[in-house]
Design a protein around this ligand. Structure first.
Ligand SMILES: [Zn+2]
Length: 308
């Protein structure tokens, strides 16, 4: 907690021109617009080789992906604190907090190139956390991480930032990490990295497909997520997990989220991923992804990444 407050003080200070740190290399604060709101971006002292405009474009793209998925940016006064890392390359140490209107801090290496920004998932992942309530109870952390893990590529594909083939190719490649291993005790009682991120992502993938099956593809998880946000469920609010699931289910006219949670929370549930990919029409051969448009759930696969 004290660390968080320290960053907030630095960020607030950087917003006032006359209290900027003396370091010559500190980039000036900026404001970006996305989904109807302004996001304040501040920089810690340090050097980044890429121009500030390039760094801001990377943040804007991530914010726009989140705004596209949810129909608006999830909080009205978000702040992003960018920390340059001397001598390093890439994006790392992203963390998002429900303090002070919603706050993300993230590190960018001094030597980071455009290609690394184009391929970065972390900025979008962090901003997605703004769009989901803080869930009461540490045992439910998987539902927050799984949400950001599952929706990040979909949101980016919806604004054309990545190709749809990559969304499904990466899911086919990484989702097996979310399958239960020997000794796992369900999502609420398995706190491994695999179960938290990919077990959580698998929960949301299965939920998305089931909602679309139950509604003849008229509704999907995106409708449930938008309803949760519309009901005030952003990171500034703490909700019980049951309330999130109930609001999502109400928006999609069923019980998919509650039933799936009750099935997966306390015992390991196997999902036949190869069968799911086949039904969705996703084929991966030697790393090349192709789609079978005649597959039984091909329309559901197309709807998941369609911009709306
Ligand atoms: Zn996360």
């Amino acid at each position: 907690m004290p660390r968080v407050q320290a960053y907030l003080l630095i960020a607030a200070g950087a917003l006032t021109p006359f209290t900027l740190p003396a370091a010559d290399e500190t980039l000036p604060a900026a404001q970006i617009r996305s989904g109807g709101y302004t996001i304040v971006v501040t920089f810690a002292p340090g050097k980044i080789n890429l121009p500030r405009s390039t760094v801001l474009a990377w943040i804007s793209s991530a914010a726009d992906a989140v705004s596209a998925y949810f129909g608006r940016f999830p909080v009205s006064h978000a702040r992003i604190f960018v920390r340059p890392a001397a001598g390093r390359s890439g994006i790392f140490n992203g963390t998002t907090y429900g303090h002070e209107g919603g706050f993300t801090r993230i590190s960018i290496g001094e030597l980071t190139g455009q290609h690394e920004l184009d391929n970065d998932w972390m900025m979008t992942h962090e901003l997605l956390h703004l769009a989901f309530p803080d869930i009461a109870g540490d045992e439910h952390h998987w539902i927050e991480e799984g949400m950001a893990t599952y929706m990040e590529p979909i949101a980016r594909a919806q604004i054309g930032a990545i190709r749809i083939e990559r969304v499904w190719g990466d899911m086919a490649r990484y989702m097996p990490q979310g399958l239960p291993e020997d000794g796992d005790q369900g999502l609420d009682h398995t706190d491994s990295w695999r179960s938290t991120y990919w077990g959580g992502a698998l929960f949301w993938l299965v939920a998305d497909v089931q909602i679309r099956q139950h509604t003849n593809n008229r509704k999907g998880l995106q409708d449930a997520m938008r309803a949760i946000l519309a009901a005030g469920g952003n990171i500034l609010e703490e909700w019980p997990i049951e309330h999130v699931l109930e609001v999502g289910d109400r928006a999609t006219g069923g019980r998919v989220l509650r039933d799936l949670y009750n099935r997966m929370k306390a015992k390991p549930v196997q999902t036949d991923l190869n069968d799911l990919w086949r039904k969705l029409g996703i084929q991966v051969n030697s790393g090349v992804v192709t789609f079978d448009e005649k597959a039984p759930l091909a329309n559901i696969r197309r709807a998941i990444t369609a911009r709306r």
